[in-house]
Design a protein around this ligand. Structure first.
Ligand code: GRF
Length: 215
């Protein structure tokens, strides 16, 4: 059974999309804990209202990043979650966190990785004159927005687009590819074993294209 810890820092719309897809499709997935570094995060309140266990751990309450990371890991270790899902979590998780999950940590990033790691991805795609933009679900390593990519969505960039219109359109696709990834994990179509991803029992060495799935 897939047991998730979700980490988020803000509104949590990706978490909501995942939660709704688990419920409407009756997936064998439990959300053991939603943890935020921001006590005001909208996603935390959404989870509380639905009776999901939550934790707010603010870096302000710790002397340094190392102590904060320890507190996060200690809280996560109190659950028996087997995958961690970063959904708009604006911090890096450290090696101990990743090791606790045997590498089973997911993130969603609003760019066609390896392009545009970090912030302001929509504006950077516009500034570069890109014709397409996208989002990536990937396994997390200690490096920012790194790690093997599982699935990517694509959208076309038009002359009228701004960073805001791109962000809004892309977010809709994020709400498909992240729940889809969770669904594949729950069915076993997607597996991670001995540091290798498998999709339909074949090694997954390049990203699945959401469009090619007929979306
Ligand atoms: C999303 O764009 C996600 O790709 C990025 O942060 C944003 C989080 O949005 N990592 P939300 O909190 O899930 O609404």
């Amino acid at each position: 059974m897939l047991k998730l810890v979700v980490l988020l820092s803000g509104r949590g719309s990706n978490f909501q999309a995942i939660f709704e897809s688990i419920n409407t499709q009756n997936l064998p997935v439990s959300i053991e804990l939603v943890l935020s570094d921001n006590p005001q995060a909208g996603g935390l309140h959404y989870a509380q209202k639905r009776g999901i266990e939550t934790a707010a751990i603010s870096p302000k309450d710790y002397d340094n990043q190392g102590e904060f990371n320890k507190a996060v890991l200690q809280r996560v270790q109190q659950t028996d979650a087997n995958w961690a899902v970063l959904a708009g979590y604006m911090r890096l998780v450290n090696a101990d966190f990743i090791a606790h999950f045997d590498g089973q940590v997911l993130n969603i990033h609003p760019s066609l990785l390896p392009k545009y790691k970090g912030l302001n991805t929509h504006q950077r795609a516009l500034d570069a004159g890109d014709k397409t933009h996208g989002a990536s679900v990937h396994l997390v390593t200690e490096k920012l927005d790194d790690g093997p990519i599982i699935i990517q969505s694509n959208i076309e960039i038009s002359d009228e687009d701004s960073a805001d219109t791109l962000a809004a359109r892309l977010l809709q696709t994020e709400h498909s590819i992240y729940p889809q990834t969770i669904k594949w994990l729950s069915s076993g179509d997607l597996r991670y074993s001995n540091q290798q991803l498998y999709f339909n029992n074949k090694p997954l060495n390049s990203p699945i294209s959401w469009q090619q799935l007929g979306q």
